[in-house]
Design a protein around this ligand. Structure first.
Ligand code: HEM
Ligand code: HEM
Length: 362
C-alpha cells in the first residue's frame, strides 16, 4: 500500500524560488530600482512574501493524491499530439465560460453572479493597476502639453491619454471605480449572508465575513485617499495611506491561507473538465458482475491509485477491488454480504472500513 508523501521540503523550496524570482523581476523591471519608489517598500515585501506563500500552498495542494492525479492527467491529455489544437480550443472555451463569464455562478442566480463579477473584476483590475506601479514596472512622466506619459519597464508607451481628456481622467481614477465595484459586490454578498437561511446555517466568520470586511476596508481607505487629495487638501493623507498599506498587507497575507486561495485554485478546474470529457470518449470499464460499461477505464485506474494512496484497501481477495464493480452491483454485493452475516453487534449495520461508505462513481 502506497501512502501519500508528507515532507513539505519541495513546496517550501518552490515557494522560496518564487519569492526570489519576483524580487529579481522587481529589480530588473524597475531598471535597477531607478523607477522604484522606496515609500512602497512595505507593499513590495508583503507581495514577495505572499507570492512565495501562495506558490508553497499551491504546491502542497497539488501533492494531495486526487489533485495530483487530475493535474498530471490533465496536462498529459492536453499534450496528446493529435489533439493539441482541439484541446487548446476546448480549454479556451472553458476559460471563457467558467472564468471570464462565470456561467457556473450565473446558474445560481443573477444577483449572485453580479456579486462575484463585481468583486472579481474589481480586484483583478485593482491588482493590474497597483502591482506594476508598486514594483516600479510602470511609471508616469509629465511631458509638457502632452500631459502624462506612461513608461512600461522604462520604455515609453504610445500616449493615448493626451492632455486632460476623458480617457486620461478615467485612467487616473481607475482605482476609485474598482473600489466602488468591490464595495458594491461585497455589500451584495454580506446582504445574502445575513438573510439566506442556507448560508446562515453553514457560514463561518473567518471564512465568509473576514474576506469581505478586508476588501471593503481596503477599498474605503483607498477612496479616502482620493477624497483627501482632491477635496481636503491632503488632510490626514499620510495616516490614511498607512492604513491602506496595513490593510493591503493583511489581505495579501490572507491570500494563500483563506477564502481567497480559490482565486488560484479554481482555474485548475479547466483540466478537470478536459479530463471528464476525454474520460467519456475513452475505452470504458466493464463491470465483471453484470457486464455493463459504467465508467472510463482511465478514470477507474486513477481512482484505484488515489484510493491506495489515501490508505484504503478495497481488495476482494480474487485480484479484483470493489471499484471494479458498477455502483449498482456494489450495492447488491454489500446487501448480499450483510444478509449472510450473523445478526450480532453494530457491524451488521455499519460494515468495516474497507467496505463502507466511500462509494463514488466507480
Ligand atoms: C480576484 C479574483 C477573485 C476574487 C477577489 C474572488 C472573491 C470571492 C469572494 C469574496 C467570494 C465569497 C462570496 C460570498 O460571500 O458568497 C467568492 C466566491 C466564489 N468564487 Fe471567487 N473570487 C475571485 C476569483 C474567482 C475565480 C477565478 C473563480 C472560478 C474560476 C471563482 C469562483 C468562486 C465561486 C464558485 C464562489 C462561490 C460563489 C457562490 O456562492 O455562488 N472566484 N469569490
Ligand atoms: C481591492 C483592491 C484595491 C482597491 C479597491 C484599492 C483602491 C485604491 C484607491 C482608490 C487608491 C487611491 C488612488 C488615488 O488617490 O488616485 C489607492 C491607492 C493606493 N493603493 Fe490601493 N487598492 C487596492 C489594492 C491595492 C494593492 C493590492 C496594493 C499594493 C500591492 C495597493 C497599493 C496602493 C498604493 C501604493 C496607493 C497609493 C497610496 C499612496 O499615495 O501612498 N492597493 N488604492
Amino acid at each position: 500500500m502506497q501512502v501519500a508523501e508528507t515532507s513539505n521540503r519541495r513546496p517550501a523550496l518552490l515557494g522560496l524560488a518564487a519569492s526570489a524570482v519576483l524580487t529579481v523581476l522587481v529589480v530588473v523591471g524597475s531598471r535597477n530600482l531607478e523607477h522604484y519608489d522606496p515609500a512602497l517598500f512595505g507593499y513590495t515585501v508583503a507581495s514577495v512574501v505572499a507570492f512565495g506563500a501562495l506558490v508553497y500552498r499551491y504546491a502542497v495542494w497539488l501533492r494531495r493524491p486526487a489533485t495530483r492525479v487530475y493535474w498530471r492527467r490533465g496536462w498529459q491529455l492536453f499534450r496528446e499530439r493529435r489533439r493539441v489544437a482541439k484541446n487548446a480550443r476546448s480549454a479556451v472555451a472553458t476559460v471563457a465560460r467558467n472564468i471570464v463569464e462565470q456561467r457556473f455562478i450565473a446558474r445560481r442566480g443573477f444577483t449572485r453572479w453580479l456579486m462575484h463579477a463585481l468583486i472579481m473584476w474589481g480586484c483583478l483590475l485593482s491588482a493590474a493597476v497597483t502591482f506594476p506601479l508598486v514594483f516600479g514596472w510602470v511609471h508616469f512622466k509629465l511631458e509638457g502639453d502632452e500631459g502624462y506619459r506612461a513608461y512600461l519597464f522604462g520604455f515609453p508607451v504610445p500616449n493615448v491619454m493626451q492632455g486632460r481628456g476623458l480617457l486620461a481622467w478615467v485612467t487616473f481614477h481607475a482605482l476609485d471605480f474598482t473600489a466602488l465595484m468591490v464595495i458594491a459586490g461585497c455589500a451584495i454578498a454580506i446582504r445574502r449572508r445575513l438573510s439566506d437561511r442556507g448560508a446562515i446555517a453553514l457560514q463561518q466568520f473567518m471564512l465568509d465575513f473576514v474576506p469581505h470586511m478586508l476588501l471593503i476596508a481596503v477599498s474605503v481607505t483607498g477612496l479616502m485617499l482620493t477624497a483627501s487629495s482632491l477635496w481636503l487638501g491632503g488632510y490626514m493623507y499620510y495616516f490614511i495611506a498607512l492604513s491602506h498599506q496595513a490593510l493591503v498587507i493583511m489581505t495579501l497575507f490572507y491570500l494563500p491561507f483563506g477564502k481567497f486561495f480559490h482565486i488560484v485554485q479554481r482555474p485548475a478546474s479547466v483540466g478537470v473538465e478536459l479530463y471528464q470529457r476525454r474520460e467519456r470518449e475513452a475505452p470504458q470499464a466493464v463491470c465483471p458482475r453484470c457486464g455493463t460499461e459504467f465508467v472510463g477505464q482511465m478514470w477507474l485506474d486513477d481512482l484505484k491509485e488515489v484510493v491506495g494512496r489515501l490508505g484504503f484497501d478495497y481488495s476482494l481477495g480474487d485480484g479484483r477491488t470493489l471499484q471494479d464493480f458498477c455502483p449498482r452491483c456494489k450495492r447488491v454485493m454489500r446487501g448480499l454480504a450483510y444478509a449472510t452475516l450473523p445478526r450480532s453487534g453494530a457491524e451488521v449495520f455499519y460494515g468495516s472500513r474497507a467496505e463502507g461508505g466511500h462509494e463514488g462513481k466507480g
